[in-house]
Design a binder for this molecule. Structure first.
Ligand SMILES: Cc1cc2nc3c(=O)[nH]c(=O)nc-3n(C[C@H](O)[C@H](O)[C@H](O)COP(=O)(O)O)c2cc1C
Length: 232
């Protein structure tokens, strides 16, 4: 497998506009789905499924629904937020080679799911870990993924024949890309900046964020975190 893990983690990006639309090699697709399927899961339930959406008409209908949901969100914005959001693309449904809809089935392995009795969300967490495995594997393979969540779950259930108790967790646009950006799109377009690592690390007790550093786009070194720990 190409590339070192940390390198893949830092190169991974959410892709919207860089898809080429070229077909994905079937062997590579199976490898990245295998990586997703190797994720940890609560009680070894493996509660995910992967619906590969290749049909153009289905993708067109989904894309139309996403456009409506985008409008719904946009209508709630005003001023600078509205102007900034207008410049941001939120999906590459038709530009990507295919869609991969990842679902969560809470009934798999139920009722005695080992580890889920106190925290029901652990099943969803497991599904998200599968998605992250898939996302990193596609990056390692030189492909791109874009997670789309601008949809209503009943619409997607109906579109793909997903049973009522099974939740569609995300529509992943997947395929070859021209390149991966170094900076997240939302940061490039001035929507929001990444937090410094030291703001996210707490020692012994959760502390309130310090307003002076909130929103700063700084990539912290472990040394900076050590400094914060020593000062506290
Ligand atoms: C649960 C989840 C839902 C997301 N939904 C969307 C979406 O609907 N549209 C979109 O353009 N990006 C979506 N994203 C991508 C995020 O905007 C992106 O991960 C974030 O801006 C950081 O950029 P990066 O992934 O390139 O590091 C989603 C990401 C996650 C984890």
């Amino acid at each position: 497998m190409p590339a070192d893990l940390y390198d893949v983690i830092s190169r991974r990006r959410d892709v919207r506009t860089q898809f080429t639309g070229e077909p994905v090699d079937e062997e590579i697709l199976l490898r990245v789905l295998g990586a997703a399927h190797a994720a940890p899961s609560v009680g070894l339930t493996q509660p995910w499924d992967f619906v590969l959406v290749r049909n153009l008409e289905l993708r067109r209908r989904f894309q139309q629904h996403v456009a409506e949901e985008r409008d719904t969100f946009a209508r709630a914005l005003s001023g600078e937020r509205a102007a900034t959001f207008a410049r941001i693309s939120v999906e590459g449904v038709l530009q990507a080679s295919l869609g991969v809809v990842v679902t969560y089935d809470p009934e798999r392995g139920a009722p005695a799911v080992l580890g889920r009795h106190a925290i029901a969300d652990t099943g969803l967490y497991s599904t998200c870990l599968a998605i992250q495995n898939l996302w990193l594997a596609t990056t390692a393979e030189g492909l791109g993924v874009g997670w789309v969540s601008f949809y209503r779950e009943p619409f997607l259930q109906d579109l793909l024949g997903i049973p009522e108790h099974v939740r569609p967790v995300g529509w992943l646009c997947l395929g070859p890309v021209t390149h991966l950006e170094e900076t997240p799109d939302l940061e490039r377009h001035g929507w929001r900046q990444r937090r410094p690592l030291e703001d996210a690390v707490h020692v012994d007790r959760y502390r309130a964020p310090e307003p002076s550093t909130a929103g700063a786009a700084v990539h912290s070194s472990p040394r900076a975190v050590e400094g914060r720990q020593a000062a506290s």
